[in-house]
Design a protein around this ligand. Sequence first.
Ligand SMILES: Cc1ncc(COP(=O)(O)O)c(C=O)c1O
Length: 269
Amino acid sequence: MNSIIFIDGKFYPEDKAKVSVLDHGYLYGNGCWTTLMSNNNKLFMLDEHIERLYESAEIIHLETPWEKKIVKKWIFETYKKNLHIKGRKRIRVGFHRGVGPDVIVDNGQLCKPSINIIVSKYPEEKEIQAVRSGLDVMTVSIERVFPESKNCNFLPSYFASIKAKESNKDDALFQNRDGYITEATTGNLFYFKDNNLFTTSSNILKGVTRDVIIQFAKMKNIKIFEKMFKLGELLLADEVFISGTTKLILPVIKIKEFLMDSQAKIQFN
Ligand SMILES: Cc1ncc(COP(=O)(O)O)c(C=O)c1O
């Protein structure tokens, strides 16, 4: 059965849920979003995801005319309309710059912001397999755009995932121009060394799951260090894992440095 999608105060069946081709979210990747998960009909870390969504919007100077409590209400309403979807559900809440005059006229300032909420079934088989076998990953020399916000410029993650797939890898780790590893295509990076926990600190999306892990580590008196590190340091780790809302925690068992091809180098420069 079709999912029911929320757009700007109204609900639509999936095949009738349309936005304008003139939305700057579509034209320029000008928007942000968050993805949260339900488990036994509980929306995990809902308030934290809403907070992060507003932070993402602020970073890219996106106007958000909706009160947080209204957005929360809309999320619950949309979720309830999609209870017919079985299994773990993924809830994607998107803010778009919306439709307005051409970008060169006012830089999107006169656009009417738009919000959408999509509930879908999460395909988990691949992730279950990955937890059993662990991830085989490689590095890619690409940087995300406005990395502290979860924004609609998803091309770096998309491109890195394609590169990983082409090389028969499960995922890719972004390596910035100074050689620091930042994060995975859709997850944060952690490693254990001598019972201390390390995670990257800057030019990353500060994941909601990352925060939960940091809080949990503190509760368990595990020393946690937020800092930047290069591949060499990661390769000396006792254990490496990736965290994210949909994947939760996935162990990394193999890391291969990968030299980008000439096309990717052009993108990087
Ligand atoms: C680039 C990137 N880093 C980290 C994360 C993890 O964030 P969260 O734990 O909030 O899902 C994501 C999630 O999609 C992501 O896209």
